[in-house]
Design a protein around this ligand. Structure first.
Ligand code: CA
Length: 237
């Protein structure tokens, strides 16, 4: 059974989440604080996804997210934020969260986010192809890993999914809406900032100079484009 950890100090919200996710067929672990969450995660390696409330007593959701991500790049992480915490959303994503849900949320919305992220983590990659290459990058679709010049780049599952989308579409300008739909499985395009923030984070990991990105180009007012001819760009400099 697919296991999820919910970290939330408010018991009413926690039980609301637990009841609904159990009903959706998930196995649930609960923690009331970040400290308790880290212990629970260490003891239960079957946990593949964590729902983190931002405002927690002691260690906050940001720090918890950072620590989980440092120890486990493959963990799916969804932040629970209040509607007014616009800046917090961005910070959370930069700390390594894959997605967020704003409070108050409906069970349907939460389950849709969780299901979509599990699809990403679960790996629905095509079995016949195991490698996608582009410039210095190789994506191993069996291990879901990324290397640059043969060295492992630590990416989250969502960053991996973005890389795969780009590398399967070299030289093609992709609208942000399409990236959101392909990577997050979301059709509600209200907040495309999640795409921008994840790409900003990915650039920090793969670009040599994020001020002058060489691999992921911004197409102003539209979206992003994966460069198809890196060596040409290098030679012309
Ligand atoms: Ca709280």
């Amino acid at each position: 059974m697919r296991s999820i950890l919910i970290v939330e100090d408010e018991s009413s919200i926690r039980s609301f989440v637990v009841i609904n996710l159990k009903r959706a067929g998930y196995n649930i672990y609960e923690a009331e604080s970040g400290e308790e969450a880290l212990v629970t995660l260490a003891a239960n390696p079957d946990i593949r996804l964590a729902l983190l409330d931002l405002m927690l007593p002691g260690m906050d959701g940001f720090e918890l997210c950072r620590q989980i991500r440092a120890a486990n790049p493959g963990m799916g992480i969804i932040m629970l934020t209040a509607r007014t915490q616009e800046v917090d959303k961005v910070t959370g994503l930069m700390m390594g969260a894959d997605d967020y849900v704003t409070k108050p949320f409906s069970p349907t919305e939460l389950i849709a986010r969780v299901d979509a992220l599990f699809r990403r983590i679960g790996g629905e990659d095509d079995a016949e192809r195991t490698e996608i290459r582009g410039g210095p990058f190789t994506l191993n679709t069996r291990n879901r890993t990324l290397t640059k010049n043969g060295e492992l780049v630590k990416v989250t599952q969502v960053e991996y999914a973005i890389m795969k989308t780009f590398m399967e579409n070299p030289g093609k300008a992709l609208p942000r809406e399409e990236i959101m739909s392909l990577v997050w499985g979301r059709e509600d395009f209200g907040d495309l900032k999640i795409v921008d923030v994840n790409i900003r984070r990915l650039r920090l990991k793969i670009e040599e100079d994020t001020a002058r990105p060489k691999y992921i180009n911004t197409v102003w007012g539209y979206g992003y484009k994966w460069e198809s001819n890196f060596s040409g760009g290098l030679d012309s400099r």
